[in-house]
Design a protein around this ligand. Structure first.
Ligand SMILES: Cc1cc2nc3c(=O)[nH]c(=O)nc-3n(C[C@H](O)[C@H](O)[C@H](O)COP(=O)(O)O)c2cc1C
Length: 199
């Protein structure tokens, strides 16, 4: 199956097979893929928290609204977090990035103010979501991106100091009777002609 065919068959899983499993080799590959995710000036303002403790997973499921069942039945929950504090971020890039990149941030991003900086940092983390979902499609792993979670509660449970939760993803194996499977519920998209333009 070529990549287009894989993207046609991937979908947001609404019901997981609780017996489904993902190999540790695949999990390790996904960790490496996330670490390779591109970001503006290579800013990497993220943490990706792989939840392995069943007790913590259960607590997070309780803080996941209508996504609770997906969290419980999935094989792996991954929480996407962004660095909270601008000063911490600036220290991180000063320590890790070339002068030119830091200067881009100082002259092009920082003058726009705190709100714009936060939004820019968040955009970088969302890019890594796209990378992960595409990687899952390529690897034949089922996935569900989830903004429908209580991010404040996630932060209280995970206690990951300098980082705060933006969204999460669960991955695993679809249940045979997941009604969101495109075989049952065809994918809905705007007409290609309305969104892909040629000039
Ligand atoms: C950032 C983001 C957040 C989402 N949050 C949820 C969610 O909380 N629960 C859920 O079931 N689906 C969620 N979705 C899935 C979307 O509804 C889905 O991607 C969209 O309807 C397209 O369908 P498809 O992924 O099956 O092709 C989310 C998707 C994205 C990209």
């Amino acid at each position: 199956m070529n990549f287009l065919e894989k993207m046609k068959t991937r979908y947001t899983v609404k019901k997981y097979n609780p017996q489904g499993a993902i190999s540790s080799e695949q999990i390790n590959q996904l960790k490496e893929i996330l670490n390779l995710s591109p970001s503006s000036i290579n800013s990497q303002p993220w943490n990706f928290v792989f939840v392995n403790d069943p007790g913590v997973k259960e607590q997070l499921a309780e803080a996941s609204y209508f996504n609770k069942g997906k969290v419980l039945d999935s094989s792996q929950l991954i929480v996407f977090q962004v660095i909270k504090n601008t000063e911490d971020f600036e220290r991180q890039i000063e320590e890790n990035l070339p002068e030119g990149s830091v200067n881009y941030y100082r002259t092009m991003v920082k003058p726009k103010g705190e709100e714009a900086i936060k939004s820019w940092l968040g955009h970088q983390v969302y890019l890594s979501l796209g990378v992960l979902l595409s990687a899952c499609a390529a690897m034949g792993i089922d996935s569900t991106p989830m903004e429908g979670i209580e991010t404040d509660k996630y932060d209280e449970i995970l206690k990951n100091g300098a980082y705060e939760t933006l969204f999460a993803v669960v991955i695993g194996e679809r249940s045979e009777n997941d009604s969101n499977n495109p075989v049952v519920t065809p994918k809905r998209r705007l007409e290609s002609e309305k969104i892909i333009l040629e000039v």
